[in-house]
Design a protein around this ligand. Structure first.
Ligand SMILES: [Fe+2]
Ligand SMILES: [Fe+2]
Length: 426
């Protein structure tokens, strides 16, 4: 071999090694990159939050770094370092493989002992691969203005798509962008109360894309709006429990039933109920005991669940809705939450105040029906509980502006236009 040729070969051998290294490095980076970042609130968001994320490979080092000041995504500078409390492989079914979503792992870190009304900056590390810095704000104990967003049914992501990964899910994405825009416009929005039906199923081929789209709800400055989650009829798969971890216990009972109360500071409480398990039994007795207590201790009480007592679209006589009226509404009528939020119908609705099965100025207003991206349906305005209320076939998210003596509701459409407004006074 002449000198020139051997020099040439040595050069390419070294270059090859470096490029292999580079490819390996890129692969490692991709597999361990923290994605799908989200913040979940449970019973006491003044001091407790769950930060959840996904990686595409099993990682042994899953760390959340956090602090009350921005540390510019330099991990060594953050005051607190917290390993994920739960990590594991997300269940993958044959159809998930067919639809081409990657195998993945969930991670959940539980932050406790946080300060109320405080901005927490955080970043995540998986096996030496880092996220950027994000932040969220804990619930304040006292506040002049406190807003929540409420919405449900983001599952398919637009008109007539068959599968959110293959077909465009533009509507869902636009609604997520609208949420980010609202949080930028109104920094006193503290959380999104989610009325469930996140994906068509809670299998990974659907939740993967839901979490991808959810990233669009993060503001341009990296603020993540915490979510209070509930369970819907499209969420009854193992993937829901794996990816929406609420801790082991809430309110001193198992968290895996997904009914619980949340205290946003000292004056505002939210009850999350689960229409996908028995409405009687344990849940009924808990509601009967819990609602009078939180009614006594809070200025404002809200309730959120998926299947409506007063459906604007689907057949009200169907047992799925009739049983909500049979089991829960009498308890509401007795203890009077200020507002009830429902989903599932895929339209925009606001009932007139309802008490004891009829319109009554002293009654409870039921809003919602789910407009975050599932294909829309026409509400039936002839139903007694829609007359004197409002209904529309519109994508929307509700903004709930809670003051000292009134709650102001506005339904915000996909383009930011206010579609309906209503005030509940004390
Ligand atoms: Fe739905
Ligand atoms: Fe539903």
């Amino acid at each position: 071999m002449n000198k020139r040729l051997s020099g040439f070969l040595v050069f390419w051998a070294i270059a090859g090694l470096f490029s292999c290294e580079y490819v390996n490095d890129k692969h490692h980076q991709q597999l361990n990159q923290p994605i799908h970042l989200r913040v979940i609130w449970t019973e006491d968001p003044t001091e407790h939050s769950i930060v959840s994320w996904t990686t595409l490979s099993r990682s042994s080092r899953n760390i959340l770094y956090y602090d009350t000041v921005s540390r510019g995504a330099l991990p060594a500078r953050y005051a607190f370092e917290l390993p994920a409390a739960r990590s594991g492989k997300i269940t993958i079914k044959p159809m998930d493989y067919e639809e081409g979503v990657p195998e993945a792992y969930y991670h959940h870190a539980e932050l406790r002992g946080l300060l109320p009304g405080t901005t927490y900056y955080f970043m995540i590390e998986n096996n030496g691969v880092f996220s950027g810095e994000y932040h969220f704000i804990t619930a304040p104990t006292e506040t002049e203005s406190f807003r929540l967003l409420a919405g449900g049914d983001s599952r398919l992501g637009g008109e007539k798509p068959r599968y959110a990964g293959r077909t465009p899910h533009v509507v869902r994405q636009n609604m997520k962008k609208r949420i980010a825009g609202l949080v930028e416009q109104y920094p006193d929005i503290y959380a999104l109360v989610h009325g469930a039906d996140y994906g068509t199923t809670a299998d990974w081929r659907h939740l993967y894309w839901y979490f991808e789209d959810l990233q669009l709800a993060t503001t341009s400055e990296g603020r993540i709006l915490p979510m209070v989650v509930s369970m819907g009829n499209h969420d009854t798969a193992l993937g829901f429990f794996e990816n929406f971890y609420l801790g082991d216990e809430i309110n001193g009972k198992t968290a895996f039933n997904y009914f619980y109360s949340t205290n946003f500071g000292s004056e505002i409480a939210l009850l999350t109920l689960n229409t996908e398990i028995s409405l009687g039994g344990m849940q009924y007795h808990w509601l009967k005991d819990e609602l009078p207590l939180i009614r006594r201790d809070n200025r404002w009480v809200l309730v959120n669940y998926h299947k409506p007592a007063f459906p604007a679209v689907k057949d009200p006589d169907d047992y799925r809705f009739a049983r909500v009226r049979e089991y829960w509404v009498p308890i509401f009528d007795q203890h009077r939450p200020d507002l009830v939020i429902e989903s599932d119908g895929h339209c925009l609705k606001r009932t007139p105040p309802i008490l004891n099965g009829q319109t009554d100025p002293d009654g409870i207003v039921y809003i919602g029906e789910g407009g975050l991206g599932a294909p829309l349906r026409e509400p039936d305005m002839l139903r007694w509980f829609m007359q004197g209320g409002f209904g529309a076939k519109e994508y929307h998210v509700w903004m709930i502006d809670i003051g000292t003596d009134r709650i102001h509701l506005s339904a915000i459409g996909m383009d930011g236009v206010v579609l309906d407004e209503y005030t509940i006074s004390k």
